[in-house]
Design a protein around this ligand. Structure first.
Ligand SMILES: [Zn+2]
Length: 112
C-alpha cells in the first residue's frame, strides 16, 4: 500500500506550502497542484506532545519540524528514540493515529 502526503504547489509562482493554505503566502494566488512530500531533510525543532486526545493509544507523540532539502518546512511525527537538532532524516508516510480500527496516515520522519 502506498500512501502519500501532499504539499500544495502554487500554479502561479511555484511556491510550495504545507499544510496547504487557501491563498499562496507569496503571491496570493489561489490555484494549487499537489506535490508529494518526499526525500530527506534536517530536524529544525522537535517536541514531545503529551496532551493527546483520549482515544490515542500512545503516551505521547514526538513531533518535529523538518526543513527538506528543497527548503520546504514540514511538520510530522518523528520516529527517532535519539532525536537531535540538525539530524538528517528522511520522510515516510505511516499510520500516525488509529482509532476504532480506523487508521489515519500522515507524515513521519526517520533517521536517514
Ligand atoms: Zn504563489
Amino acid at each position: 500500500m502506498t500512501e502519500a502526503v501532499y504539499a500544495a504547489k502554487c500554479t502561479t509562482c511555484g511556491a510550495v506550502s504545507y499544510a496547504k493554505h487557501l491563498i499562496c503566502p507569496k503571491c496570493r494566488g489561489e490555484a494549487f497542484q499537489p506535490v508529494a512530500i518526499k526525500g530527506e531533510g534536517t530536524v529544525l525543532s522537535y517536541t514531545d506532545v503529551y496532551a493527546l486526545a483520549i482515544d490515542y493509544d500512545v503516551r505521547f507523540l514526538r513531533l518535529a519540524i523538518v526543513e527538506l532539502d528543497g527548503g520546504l518546512r514540514v511538520t510530522g511525527q518523528l520516529l527517532d528514540a535519539d532525536p537531535k537538532l540538525g539530524k538528517r532524516v528522511r520522510t515516510t508516510v505511516g499510520v500516525v493515529r488509529e482509532t476504532g480500527g480506523k487508521a489515519t496516515h500522515g507524515l513521519q520522519f526517520m533517521p536517514a
